[in-house]
Design a protein around this ligand. Structure first.
Ligand code: ASP
Length: 467
C-alpha cells in the first residue's frame, strides 16, 4: 500500500481537528523532558501548540521539526488559557528533525529589551523569532497594506521613484554612490522623493503615493534612525492645505480603528495649533497632548501649522549658501503664506510657511506643505537661502518643469517607523524595523559598510586617503 500522505496543518488549526491525525512543521519553542514523557511546544507562523510523546529522539530548542500525531482534547484542568491552542495537545506518533539548532546565543522568550542591542542585531534573524518582534513586523505589514488599499480606493497612484539620484535635500547630509560609467561623478541617495513627487504633479497624476525609503546621513537618536527609514510619501494637485490635513487625519483615524482597535484617540478632530501658540503654551513644536501620560493606549494626535518659513541658518546646514542668514524651516519647496509674500523682501523671518506637522504623543510623526509652484518665488527662496549660481543650477530642472504648466500642489510624508514606534509604545525605531543599523552605522547581521576590493576602486577611479 502506498504510504499515507498528510498535508501540513498549521498549529492554529489543530483546535478544529480533534481526533484527526495531523502533520505539523515548525520550531521546537520549548522542550520539557520529564524522563518517561516529553513535552514539546511547536511554534509555526500561526501559533504554538503543545505536543507530547515518549521515547522521542533527543532534540535541541529552536530546531526545526516535523511532528505527526493525533489531536486530542486536554482534560479541563490542564487547559492553558494563554495559548490559542490551549484546549488541545498532539499525541506524537513520529518526530523528525528537519534541521537541528545549535545553542541559541540570546534568550528568545520575553521582550528582549534587556539584551545588549549589538547581540540582538548580529543575530537579528533569531531576535525576530521573538513573539514581540514578530508581532511588530506583522502589524507593520498590516499598516502599509491598509494604507495602500485606502489610498488606491481614493484614486491615488502608487509610483516608485529612483534611489540612485541627485541630491534631494531635507536638511541632512547625503549618502553618495560613485558612478562607474562616469568616473569621478556620484549619485546621491534621496533624503526623500520630494522633487520626484512634485514632478509627478507636473506629469498630471494629481494623486500620488509611495511607501518610500529615505536616506539621511545624520546622527541617530532613539526616534531617528541612522541611514534609512520609511515614509508614506504623498502628494496631491489642486488642493488646499485643509484638504491634505483632512485626508491624512481620516486615513490615520481609520487605520487606528482597524489595526489598533484597543487604542484610543484623545481628541477628534485633531487639535490644530499654530507654531507660535505651541511654543508659547508648551515650549515645544511637538507637544504631548495625552490626558494621561501613563496610559499606554492613548494616542494624542495634533496638527501644528503656521510655522515660520525660515529659521536662522547654522553651520550645520549642509547644502545652503555659506554665510546666508536663512534656512528653510521645512524645505526649500514650501510655499510662503499668501498674505506674507510682501514680507519676503522686508522681513523674511516674519514670513509664515504653508507647512503642517503631524504630531503624536510628543513626537513629530510627519510633515508636509503646500509647495511653491511659481518659478519666480522659488528663485527668491533660493536667493534668500544663499544659493550660489552653481547651487541654483542643481535645481534648474524644477524651474524648467514648472515652466510647462504645473498645478498648484502639496502633500505630506508621515514616517512609518516613527508612527509605529509611538503607537506600539516601543522605546526605539529599531523595534519596528526588520534589519536596522546599529547606532554606529553598521548594518544588522551583515556588518556593512565594508572595504571594497582594490579592483572596484580602480574601476571607479577612487583612491582612499588616510584621514
Ligand atoms: N519631503 C518632506 C519630508 O521628507 C515631506 C513633504 O514635504 O511632503 O519631510
Amino acid at each position: 500500500m502506498a504510504k499515507e500522505k498528510i498535508i501540513r496543518t498549521l498549529a492554529k488549526d489543530t483546535v478544529r481537528k480533534i481526533g484527526e491525525k495531523v502533520k505539523l512543521q515548525g520550531w521546537a519553542d520549548t522542550i520539557r523532558d520529564h524522563g518517561k514523557i516529553t513535552f514539546i511546544d511547536l511554534r509555526d507562523r500561526s501559533a504554538i501548540v503543545q505536543c507530547v510523546g515518549s521515547k522521542l529522539p533527543k532534540i535541541t530548542k529552536e530546531s526545526v521539526v516535523e511532528i505527526i500525531g493525533k489531536v486530542v482534547n486536554r482534560p479541563e484542568k490542564l487547559v492553558n488559557k494563554d495559548l490559542s491552542t490551549g484546549t488541545v495537545e498532539i499525541k506524537i506518533d513520529s518526530l523528525k528533525v528537519l534541521s537541528p539548532a545549535k545553542e541559541i546565543p540570546l534568550p528568545l522568550d520575553g521582550d528582549g529589551l534587556e539584551i545588549e542591542e549589538s547581540v540582538r542585531l548580529k543575530y537579528r534573524y533569531l531576535d525576530l523569532r521573538r513573539g514581540r518582534m514578530n508581532k511588530n513586523l506583522r502589524l507593520r505589514s498590516k499598516t502599509t497594506q491598509f494604507i495602500r488599499n485606502w489610498l488606491t480606493a481614493r484614486d491615488f497612484v502608487e509610483i516608485e521613484t529612483p534611489i540612485l539620484t541627485k541630491t534631494t535635500p531635507e536638511g541632512a547630509r547625503d549618502f553618495i554612490v560613485p558612478s562607474r560609467l562616469q568616473p569621478g561623478k556620484f549619485y546621491a541617495l534621496p533624503q526623500s522623493p520630494q522633487q520626484y513627487k512634485q514632478l509627478l504633479m507636473v506629469a498630471g497624476f494629481e494623486r500620488y503615493f509611495q511607501i518610500a525609503r529615505c536616506f539621511r546621513d545624520e546622527d541617530p537618536r532613539a526616534d531617528r534612525a541612522y541611514g534609512e527609514f520609511t515614509q508614506l510619501d504623498l502628494e496631491m494637485s489642486f488642493v488646499k492645505q485643509e484638504e491634505i490635513l483632512f485626508l491624512t487625519e481620516k486615513l490615520f483615524t481609520e487605520l487606528v480603528k482597524e489595526i489598533f482597535p484597543h487604542k484610543k484617540i484623545t481628541k477628534s478632530p485633531w487639535p490644530r495649533i499654530s507654531h507660535k501658540d505651541a511654543m508659547k503654551k508648551y515650549g515645544v513644536d511637538k507637544p504631548d497632548l495625552r490626558k494621561n501620560k501613563k496610559d499606554k493606549d492613548e494616542l494624542a494626535f495634533a496638527w501644528i501649522v503656521d510655522f515660520p518659513l525660515f529659521v536662522k541658518q547654522t553651520k550645520d546646514d549642509f547644502f545652503h549658501g555659506a554665510g546666508a542668514k536663512y534656512a528653510p524651516s521645512h524645505h526649500m519647496f514650501t510655499a510662503p503664506h499668501p498674505d506674507d509674500i510682501g514680507l519676503l523682501d522686508k522681513a523674511p523671518m516674519k514670513v509664515r510657511g504653508l507647512q503642517h506637522d503631524m504630531v503624536l504623543n510628543g513626537h513629530e510623526v510627519g510633515g508636509g506643505s503646500i509647495r511653491i509652484h511659481q518659478p519666480k518665488i522659488q528663485n527668491k527662496i533660493f536667493e534668500l537661502i544663499g544659493f550660489t549660481e552653481k547651487q541654483k543650477k542643481q535645481f534648474e530642472h524644477m524651474l524648467t518643469a514648472f515652466s510647462y504648466g504645473v498645478p498648484p500642489h502639496g502633500g505630506i510624508a508621515p514616517g512609518i517607523d516613527r508612527l509605529l514606534m509611538v503607537i506600539l509604545g516601543e522605546p526605539s525605531l529599531r523595534e519596528v524595523m526588520a534589519f536596522p543599523m546599529t547606532a554606529g552605522g553598521s548594518t544588522a547581521v551583515m556588518d556593512a559598510p565594508s572595504n571594497p576590493a582594490k579592483e572596484q576602486l580602480k574601476e571607479l577611479g577612487i583612491k582612499i586617503s588616510k584621514k
